[in-house]
Design a binder for this molecule. Sequence first.
Ligand code: ATP
Ligand code: MG
Length: 343
Amino acid sequence: MNGDPTTTPAHACNELAHAEPRASLPFVLEGSVTLIGSSPVIVRVRKLIETASATPCTTLITGETGVGKSIVARLIHLAHLGDQPFVRVSCGCMSDHLIEAELFGYEKGAFTGAASAHRGVFEQAEGGTLFLDEIATLPPHLQTSLLGVLDDKIIRRIGSEMNRRINVRIIAATNADIEAAVARRRFREDLFHRLDVLRIHVPPLREHREDIRALWDYFVNTLGSHDGRRFRTPDEEHDLLVQYDWPGNVRELRNLAERAILLSNDSTLQPSLLLRNQAAQTAPVAGNAGEARFLPLATVEREHIRHVFTRMSRNYTRAARVLGISLSTLRRKIARYGLDHAD
Ligand SMILES: Nc1ncnc2c1ncn2[C@@H]1O[C@H](COP(=O)(O)OP(=O)(O)OP(=O)(O)O)[C@@H](O)[C@H]1O
Ligand SMILES: [Mg+2]
């Protein structure tokens, strides 16, 4: 795409010309459907959400992992069709056969194991929104089927002769470079254009660092309020958070807030200590750049597990949760690193 990826050519969505703009949108909503940020790039994303929710046109949300694409999809839906179903299907985590059955549904006896009829996600989302997440991973033959559905607005369950007309708003998202997939012929160009009617590009967090403070405070307040505690984060800690590059974007920030709260002994948070642990995996530990030595990953892992396990009072369940690994994996690693009897 040329130019600014968060803007959309006026001709791209004819319905926009006739759409009623909405005066205001509920950007702060219950649960986790809240888009925090006041930077120019987030303000632009909000405007595009507003545009998208004023019209039923197909919308493609792009951006790196963890930037907030799922929130954007839900906000469009809530502002436009809030009382109707919102159905999300992840195209990336199912076998070809399962995705097809999931998308289009099937009749009883359509294949071995089809003990009863099943409504596909298009039918489940009738009147509302179907959110096709990780769209770039959709297998080629299903790309063809999807293109047909988008053109005709008709689906047919597997094993059925009957056509069903559908009325569903489609929002697709991807964290992959979908233009590159099109160029490499991994993704159908016609389907890409059919989805890319209105484009919303959500920028990575390092491109709107001015929102980091508000995001951090939001996560700390909401996560901390669960156990009735209030925390403060010193200014110098905020500065370090702003300098960090956040490869995992807002999701990484949120997870860091959760870990900082769980690991804190008092009400003052020191997230940079956890950032330093992460950075230790790539930072040289001695010498100049030419002689840089790196810590082996196992050393960093052992040290980090030891630290968390000790801070969690050697409680396996809590430590596994903080580390984001299963209990059995934690037990195995603790035994391997000889931490079961260490201080
Ligand atoms: N601007 C934001 N304000 C508040 N929370 C946010 C924001 N952006 C992201 N988050 C939170 O960060 C986490 C990741 O966001 P989300 O799941 O929407 O990312 P994504 O872009 O869909 O990532 P992926 O490509 O991996 O699916 C979620 O917990 C979400 O609530
Ligand atoms: Mg997502």
